[in-house]
Design a protein around this ligand. Structure first.
Ligand code: 5AD
Ligand code: SF4
Length: 482
């Protein structure tokens, strides 16, 4: 959403102090630089942005893409061909970091034969001081490093790098700033993520997010509504409201407002058809929200409600601030109010001190709740978090055995839960032409299940009634109802 005419910016004047004007100035500046380089090499300059991790990062990447396109770079599918390669990193589990180092090794190889290529790293992993130290020491070929708090300054950082030949590093510890109205390029024309808050104040003892994403900050409801109205005017029919803990949205605003109230405002937007949100912390999920979901015609029938562990003893050590019983009561309340709700969850196996009895409590919750799907994670020790120094780390063999048992149970249940809709008609938003078979398109149901059906690209972005002919475990084969 470009609110400023870049061509009219006077680059001989000093950079404006205020945002977002300052960033538009640097977009214009970088654009002039990129146009010059393109002329020199006789072709357009290209980029790739690779996203690791969660929906938040995916949304941040859209902002990076929007800015790069304004600067005059063209998106390229093949990383090896690109002039500017960006990794938007995740650090929630150790293996995410390892993947980035592995890929950087490969990029180094390519850069040796293509010296003008630029490499940029951003996202949660860059907020860890040890990571930046390691990059500075052993990965000197990286051009640009920045963190999660100053992503809005991307244009300024690119302009700085284009004008110098040195590694540019700008990582902030925290921020209370939210910059509105910067460009962004959506991956899908018909659906979009919308940040409603940033950061997290919960400090679950295993989790690094509060350290790398900073304290909770909510956007003003007016800014959120304005953004969604613009998106809808631009053809968006489904939005996903994003925050680490959407249920505590609005508590710290000058004029506090609940997440449920925000949803009611969003619901009123004409032309918007579907509302999703992510993620909900069970401790903050209010009766008011359940009531709003029950009465809504736009909020999708899906709730992601991470349990993490079914053992009250482990939940306490995790600092989750609910018990197994409270969680199960909450699930009962939701299922009673919204019987067709689909529930999904996150579960960590092998948290320090987890015994077989604790693990069986988790299995018990899985059997009782009967999740539509569950993301299962092996506990990963994150330096700096309280859990990292807890004694009694569980042995890898025991974790592997529990993980396999949990996964088998989760998959068996989700296949059964998914199958109950077989033979019914449900509305799907058609999202894409199927990668494997171009005669098929893929749609998403309100409950987040996917359905594949005969169709073509003209159906993309449409909400259509679909006959769910056959359940294939985690998805459906269907047919559009004429
Ligand atoms: N180890 C394993 N899984 C983790 N998660 C967060 N931190 C860790 C960790 N240290 C999982 C949680 C969270 C999801 C996004 O990632 O289940 O809900
Ligand atoms: Fe991490 Fe807990 Fe915050 Fe989620 S709520 S981001 S698990 S600290």
């Amino acid at each position: 959403m470009n609110t400023i005419d870049i061509a009219s910016i006077d680059l001989s004047a000093p950079a404006p102090v205020n945002e977002p004007e300052r960033q538009y100035y640097y977009i214009a500046k970088a654009r002039a630089c990129v146009a010059k380089k393109a002329k020199e090499i006789g072709r357009e300059l290209t980029f790739t942005v690779t996203t690791f991790g969660c929906q938040m990062n995916a949304r941040d990447s859209e902002k990076l893409v929007g800015i790069l396109e304004q600067i005059g770079y063209r998106e390229e599918a093949d990383e090896e061909q690109a002039d500017f390669v960006i990794y938007n990193t995740c650090t929630v589990r150790e293996n995410a970091n390892q993947r980035v180092y592995g890929r950087l090794g490969q990029l180094h190889h390519i850069k040796k034969s293509k010296p003008h290529m630029m490499i940029g790293l951003c996202g949660c992993m860059m907020q860890e001081p040890e990571v930046v130290e390691k990059l500075k020491k052993s990965y000197r070929f990286v051009d640009l490093i920045f963190g999660t708090h100053n992503i809005y300054k991307f244009a300024e950082l690119v302009a700085t790098r284009l004008e110098s030949d040195r590694m540019v590093i700008d990582v902030w510890k925290d921020t209370d700033k939210i910059v509105e109205d910067l460009p962004s390029e959506r991956k899908f024309s018909f659906k979009s993520g919308v940040n409603i808050m940033f950061g997290c104040n919960n400090f679950c003892s295993y989790c690094i997010v509060p350290y790398v994403r900073g304290r909770e900050r909510s956007r003003n409801p007016e800014d959120i509504i304005r953004e969604i109205e613009r998106l809808v005017a631009d053809g968006v029919v489904e939005i996903m409201l994003l925050g680490q803990n959407v249920n505590s949205y609005g508590k710290n605003l000058a004029e506090p407002i609940s997440f449920a109230k925000l949803l009611q405002k969003v619901e009123k937007i004409q032309g918007l058809e579907r509302i999703r949100f992510m993620t909900s912390h069970p401790k903050d999920l209010s009766d008011e929200l359940i009531e709003v979901m029950k009465n809504s015609t736009k909020i999708c029938r899906h709730l992601h409600l991470p349990i993490q562990s079914g053992s009250t003893r482990i939940l306490e050590k995790m600092n989750r601030r609910y018990s197994k019983e409270q969680y199960l009561e909450l699930v009962d309340k939701i299922k009673t109010a919204v019987p067709d709700i689909s529930l999904t969850t996150d579960i960590i196996v092998g948290f320090p001190g987890e015994t077989e009895e604790d693990f069986l409590e988790t299995m018990d919750v899985v059997k009782r709740v009967r999740y539509d799907s569950a993301f299962t994670f092996i506990y990963s020790k994150r330096t700096g978090t309280p859990a990292a120094v807890m004694e009694e780390q569980v042995s890898p063999d025991v974790i592997k055995d529990r993980f396999d048992r949990l996964l088998t149970e989760v998959q068996k249940i989700s296949a059964e839960v998914c199958a109950v809709h077989e033979g019914t008609v449900a509305e799907a938003l058609i999202e894409s032409v199927n990668d494997h078979d171009h005669r098929l398109v893929t749609g998403r149901l309100s409950n987040n299940l996917l359905v594949h059906l005969p169709g073509d690209a003209s159906m993309i972005g449409k909400l259509l009634p679909i006959h769910l002919k056959e359940c294939k475990g985690f998805y459906y084969i269907g047919e559009a109802v004429q």
